[in-house]
Design a protein. Sequence first.
Length: 377
Amino acid sequence: MDKVSRNQQRVWLGSVGIAAALAAGCLAAGAQEAVVPGRSAQAVGPAGDVESAPAAAGTPISEWIEQLGSPQFAQREAASRSLADAGRAALGPLTAAIQRDDLEIASRAMEIVRGFLVDPQEGATEGATEGVDGGATGAPADRATLAAESERLLEIIAEGPESPVTQLAQATLEFHQLGMAQAARERLEALGAVVTEGFMPSGRRGMQVVVNASWRGDIEDLRLLPRLRGVVHVGVHGVRLDAPTLAALGRMRGVELFHLYGTGVSDEAVAALAGKFPDAEIDVRKGGKLGVAGQRTVGPCLITQVLAGSAADKAGIQIGDVVVRMDGEPIANFEALTEKVGTRGPGEAIDMEIERGIPATERVERITCKVKLDGWD
């Protein structure tokens, strides 16, 4: 790697802050606790998080880490096996190694972490012994904890700005999650997600996933979404999202449409998602729900659908009505209407002026109505 590339990688590694994100653990004591920006301390795994501090100089683990960069193949292989056997005790130092400006050491450390992503039932044999501090050769419960912590570590890295390290993490997760799609779908459906198959306006057929008021999971369960394959539409209605979870959705592939209604996501997080899906439509609605549909950018603001029982329906708005003003301000098209409604919260009342054609005539009448907005569910 040339000097410029090393410097670029060092800048990214400093900015992503993996060390700070996974720090505050007590690895030797086994009582680990870390704080990741925007996430709860228990987010990484059932047994806590991992710290990313390098191993103390002179310890076997620190020596093995250095040997990952050895010019001698046998020494590199021996060091890799020793770190794999150390298991959880090596995860923090491996995290620090991944952050180094040496891509060769980083890639070898990443490969060792990938080896921790195993099914806790695979390879279980009678009389299995536990490795160092709950290492990879320990009981199934220990291996499950190590696998969960390793996967979360890779997710945090993969969700950072593009760099050789994030690309390595993304590729590692992609390979790991190929065989986990069906289990993820079953889990999401059990928690209340609505998963269907259908066609998009582009003619492409794929999976559509909607999370709404029936959702019984938590925000961490939504991180299962990137494991699904063939998803073309993701809808989140009335379920709060944080920036890390929205960043996790950025690891999905081929999504054409996002509906993010009443999720509380920031403009910055949405912009980051849009950067990952430059060809996708991302429809964000922040406030109350009116309950109508129309053509977004083509004027005038013609109502093409009114949801039964919605706020608009209760106020008497009909298909074919044209919205000309909201709270006294002109409405040019449906997109302008959704933006204006998005600034108002559930339960708030808005004044709407609409034009409605008079049957059997070419005349229109102007009607004023007050609408009490619903919330997204």
